[in-house]
Design a protein around this ligand. Sequence first.
Ligand code: F3S
Length: 400
Amino acid sequence: MYLTKEEEKMLNGEYGEATRKAMEILVALGDIFGADRLIEVSSVQVAGVSYDNIGDAGLEFLNELAKDGKVKVTTTLNPAGMDIENWKSLGISEEFAEKQIQVIEAFKKLGIIPTCTCVPYLIGNLPRFGEHIAWSESSAVAFANSVIGARTNREGGPSALAAALTGKTPNYGLHLDENRQPEVLVKVKTNLKFIPEFGALGYVLGKRIGNKIPLIVGVKHTTTEELKSLSASIATYGGTSIFHIAKITPESKKIKRPKEKIEVDRKDIENALKEINDEIEGEDIDFVCVGCPHASIKEIEKIAKLLQNKKVKVETWITTARFIKKLADEAGYTKIIEEAGVKFACDTCMVVAPLKGRFKTLVTDSAKACYYGKNKNNFKVKIGTVEECINAAVNGKWKK
Ligand code: F3S
């Protein structure tokens, strides 16, 4: 891979040890993927924040970098293993909290904005169409590429950090026009109505076309919340980091229709929802969590309306970005929600928090949360609309 004179100096350690290490990572990646050069990025989002995932080895790596490293571009973090301020009421141990705070401190020393969210685009880390960025969280990557039309590969924690410390990333994969073209035309022959149905579409596509890039036709209208849900499930169940929806996503206008075609009808969506759902004994549930990807202010507003003058019977969380929770505070939604007995879990989520063994069942509106709830935390899962989730929380039972 070609390096400029300046980049060679960075690789030779003339700008310090952290920059040298970062350049080493980028050059190795560029060589593996056949990149011709490094390109500048305008924004970074770093995953590998939860102490539950990175452990002491990860913490040590961050502390080493923080000795002389500083990020060059706006950089935010993916969810951590706990609410940084309110971890006690969410049942997190002192031991875990201490380590998690050390991880966040190391990121802060590096100059990273210590906000932990998988929806950086809703809190101001918002790239423009065509901008090159380096993001890690799979749902955010799919959203950035597909909905915004920014360009990012799905970075690992170390490669995103390396991009942040240098302001650069190797020019390969989804940074190039030719790798963003659709491979399968997906005709959706039913009206998708709720967030779980967009999650179900991601599930169907994952099963039927794997990580091929779809051009979806037949979807007439979507909300930001539905698109974030689709981004999460398509990346989880199929692995693609980009999709196009005709007349909705920005690049769909200038791409060619692929020859391979599939159709998705009502039955496919209903079957997907059945397959995502587990059987649970009786109807009793013990955990309800919405906000995967992190809840938007609109979603929180809706939940506040649903919870007015109600009380929940089981542990119920809304996971969101701290910044969005502050908006909810200002708007009065937090008061209604907390009076109903629901907890906000900012900076974290039901997947990266250490929840294994604490609950048996998870009720959620997110297809992605169902996947990780089953596979990481061994929960039995139920997916439903936000109304169904709140009803389940209020009644302590799952009823369709
Ligand atoms: Fe975000 Fe956690 Fe879901 S990182 S996308 S809330 S699994």
